[in-house]
Design a protein around this ligand. Sequence first.
Ligand code: NAP
Length: 256
Amino acid sequence: MKLDEVKAIVTGAGSGMGRAFALGLASAGAQVVVADVSMDGIRETLDEGAGLPGKLFPCEADVSSEESVRAMIERAAADMGGLNALVNNAGIFRDGLLVKVDKQTGKVSGAMSLENWNKVLAVDLTGPFLCTREFARQVIDSGTKSSVVINISSVSRAGNRGQSNYSAAKAGLVADTKLWAEELARYGIRVGAVAPGFIQTPILDGMRPDMLEAMVSQVPLRRTGTPHEIFQGVKFILECDYFTGRCLDIDGGLHV
Ligand code: NAP
């Protein structure tokens, strides 16, 4: 697919990597729907993208709501005169150990709440499921010949301590990347994933410097990645018409 022919929705594009993807695509002449729960973030992305060769459209949407996702897909197709790409990027985390044991008493003093389990699964796994299902419905029904879905997973999909919810969602997303690729190939829909390591976005800005330093010391390349380096993976999946059903690890060589 040529980038200047892309008509994409990028979810979570009001911040971090999603913003970088939207701006990167618009720089290459693509049309992009900037979808996010936060209207402030959407406005900032649109302001940053003013004057780029492509076109950016705002869309307030919650990927965990079926109604909101349906409205987003319908509006995106109307705004851009069609739709041929989806980047499932919106994601949250609510970390915590499965159970926390008090060192003094040896008894369980805390645990990951069901609420935090459900919240992360709703945005990070149910969200991509709803968006991909409605995207597939739209492109198939409209007779679009070729289209691409890109799922943003994480290095944590291998199972990262303190992330029962997030690791499960991001692993599930890679499993679905493979099976959606198989189910949807006959309709001209390719599906790929990118699994980033530690990337410099607002998520990392909130971390304690000593914790961040300890994390970075585990990365063979000894630094965090940039949103642009992850965009290079997104761009590759869009452009390479023989890529489907696989996950690109862009993580500086990190294993969790
Ligand atoms: P970010 O800066 O927090 O951006 C995520 C965006 O998604 C935010 O604007 C957020 O809005 C939005 N969002 C949250 N819930 C949503 C919902 N229900 N519907 C629509 N939008 C929603 O995060 P990031 O670091 O760029 O991460 C982007 C993706 O990469 C995520 O899937 C993340 O899990 C993944 N990832 C990140 C890293 C990393 O090191 N940064 C590493 C591996 C994978 P609010 O801010 O209002 O919540």
